[in-house]
Ligand binder design. Structure first.
Ligand code: AP5
Length: 191
């Protein structure tokens, strides 16, 4: 079993690269953003509770996303490994994930952290907002609020895994294929 965290700020390419990585390595993709958007589209009570936070570019409360990930892990007992995308995003989420994986005796192998300048992040998300229909992409102040949440609450997650020597910084600018090659090189060195 190989568990990977693909880390990085909003717009750094986590979703784009996750699709390619799960196809190559046969991992189960767990994206809390996708799970939450699915809850919203199904109009569940969890989705309704999450929507306000997401529309404002704020993180959804820890207990909501930890519960979602716990259920997703239980629902995939046959997985060969998990790719976590957009989770964990706070120290509390990182500690909860470590405990959940400890119960399954399958730790995080590595955190690959995509490094992209803020100017490039905003450019990518403003461009996607022209067509994506994502409510958190269509306003530059919400995009900047998401990046601020990342700096205030999420960078601590990298420090958590640095203490276990599990973080590798990967240049996240350039072509999608070149970035994918860089990520694969790091995975192949550990898999
Ligand atoms: P989430 O869905 O996780 O979004 P995000 O982290 O803001 O990330 P994005 O999907 O915007 O970017 P990405 O890094 O995946 O990049 P992508 O590949 O899409 O979270 C949304 C919200 O849900 C949060 O704000 C929060 O409210 C809530 N939430 C989710 N998880 C949570 C958690 N754990 N705790 C609490 N709340 C949570 O690429 C972006 C764009 O760039 C695309 O248009 C893409 O085509 C383009 N692109 C990608 N690569 C390149 C490249 N190399 N060159 C040029 N363009 C590129």
């Amino acid at each position: 079993m190989f568990n990977l965290i693909l880390f990085g700020p909003p717009g750094s390419g986590k979703g784009t690269q996750s699709e390619k990585l799960i196809a190559k390595y046969g991992l189960k993709h767990l994206s809390t953003g996708d799970l939450l958007r699915n809850e919203i589209s199904q109009k569940t009570s969890l989705g309704q509770a999450a929507q306000n936070f997401m529309d404002q570019g704020q993180l959804v409360p820890d207990e909501v996303v930890i519960g979602m990930i716990s259920s997703a892990l239980d629902a995939n007992p046959e997985a060969q490994g998990f790719l976590f995308d957009g989770f964990p995003r706070t120290s509390a989420q990182a500690e909860a994930l470590d405990k959940l994986l400890e119960l399954k005796k399958t730790p995080i192998a590595v955190m690959l952290a995509l490094d992209v300048s803020e100017e490039e992040l905003v450019k990518r998300l403003v461009k996607r907002g022209e067509t994506s229909g994502r409510s958190d992409d269509n306003n530059e102040s919400v995009i900047r609020a998401r990046i601020m949440e990342y700096h205030n609450k999420t960078t601590a997650v990298a420090d958590h895994y640095k203490a276990f020597d599990k973080v590798v910084l990967v240049k996240g600018e350039g072509s999608v294929d070149d970035i994918f090659t860089r990520l694969c090189k790091e995975i192949d060195a550990r898999n």
